[in-house]
Design a protein. Structure first.
Length: 405
């Protein structure tokens, strides 16, 4: 009997084929693996069709779950033709934008596989203390995938059946809905939008919120302001580089009460100010010099590119669009209700917490807002089963609703 068992790393296991596979693969993002393991597995992400370039893996692809690679290899190397497999898996494979788009080609190089059904355990604690949302799904090798995929949710101690299909592209994340809801979603028109107004994420300090974001503000004179946060007290700045930062309270009322502020060392063109501009302004020079080591030490491929070019005071998510006359802002993280609102252009959105669409005129902003207020947009977001998560209404989801000109 012992000859039927093997104890080794799955990715070192010799190929052999089975009629049926039942598996609970590891759930961990590529980016969270030890460096030695990343080096070993990176070529496999290429060979099993999950990424097309190293750039994909360095950027959004770093969020590919190891489970996707495990599943791809199981199907192509261990299933017989028309064999069946059942996997426990993170729901991100089916519901998250971006990184798992290649998995949702439902094909490993030239070999297709069909998803037979997905069982979403919702809040049922099959694996206690695991925060990742997960499912059990079945598939058949060498069969073309078809939509809608039967999708079952464990609700009130029973399985309730829904339909699941992508809305715009076959590899998009799935929308989970009843037949009636599916018909409603089919009726959403695409709204025309100029390229300059595509949805955007908020300003990203790359881990340096304490340097750039403040929650106390005063004006000692007409040209300067005094800001404080938990780590930096009574810091003086030229007023031209300080902007109000949206917070949750701004979406609860119609007021524009300022409670947070962000220091943006940028020109209105969206480019970082120059070293010469810093040298000519003693206030800026003193503050940035004090925090130079902190800012130079930030990690991340994109911010390190800016730092290597000498612009170590740079941030991500800052461009000319941040200084448009108007913005339609909404809370993109951890909500279940979509509540966009027009803000004057000097207001800024905060990293992944909020997203926005820049607009050049009030008329344009109001037209976009009216479209986003359509009740079908709430249905669209709810059908992706992301309420209360970090992926509730991120820009990529909203962008799909627009026809970018």
């Amino acid at each position: 009997m012992s000859k039927n068992f093997t104890n080794c790393d799955f990715f070192d296991l010799p190929k052999q084929q089975y009629d049926i596979i039942f598996s609970n693969p590891p759930w961990i993002n590529f980016n969270d693996l030890p460096e030695a393991v990343k080096t070993k597995l990176k070529p496999l992400f290429f060979s099993y069709g999950l990424i097309s370039s190293s750039k994909n893996l360095l950027l959004g692809g770093s969020r590919i779950d190891l489970a996707a690679l495990f599943i791809q290899r199981s199907i192509i190397d261990f299933l017989k033709n028309n064999g069946k497999a059942v996997f426990f898996a993170p729901l991100s494979l089916f519901l998250n934008d971006g990184a798992h788009k290649t998995f949702r080609n439902y094909k490993i190089n030239d070999v297709p596989f069909m998803i037979q059904s997905i069982h979403d355990f919702d809040k049922t604690p099959v694996f206690p203390d695991i925060l990742t949302r997960y499912c059990l799904f079945g598939c058949i090798r060498d069969a073309q995938n078809r939509f809608p995929i039967p999708y079952f949710i464990h609700e009130e101690n029973s399985w309730k059946e829904y339909q699941s299909s992508p809305m715009f592209s076959p590899s998009d994340s799935l929308h989970i809905c009843s037949e009636t809801q599916a018909e409603i979603l089919k009726g959403i028109p695409k709204f025309p939008l100029p390229k300059s107004s595509v949805p955007r994420q908020g300003i990203n300090t790359c881990g340096a919120n304490d340097v750039f974001i403040f929650n106390e503000y005063s004006e000692p004179d007409a040209s300067t302001c005094l800001l404080s946060n938990k780590y930096n007290r009574n810091c003086i700045f030229p007023k031209e580089y300080i902007y109000p930062l949206a917070s949750s309270r701004n979406f609860k009322t119609d007021s524009f009460e300022e409670s947070k502020w962000v220091f943006l060392p940028y020109s209105q063109s969206g480019k970082p100010i120059t070293q010469e501009q810093i040298e000519q302004n003693n206030i800026l020079k003193q503050y940035l010099s004090t925090h130079r080591l902190r800012l130079v030490s930030r990690k991340g491929t994109l911010i390190n590119t800016a730092i290597s070019k000498g612009k170590w005071w740079s941030m991500l998510g800052v461009g000319k669009y941040c200084f448009a006359p108007y913005k339609i802002l909404w809370e993109a993280y951890g909500r279940s209700t979509f509540n966009p609102k027009i803000f004057p252009g000097h207001w800024q959105a905060n990293q992944s917490l909020q997203a926005f669409i820049p607009a050049e005129t009030l008329e344009q902003a109001e037209a976009i807002l009216a479209f986003l207020k359509d009740s079908r947009i709430q249905e669209y977001l709810s059908s992706m089963r992301m309420p209360q998560t970090m992926n509730w209404a991120q820009p990529g989801k909203i962008k799909k609703l627009f026809l970018v000109e």
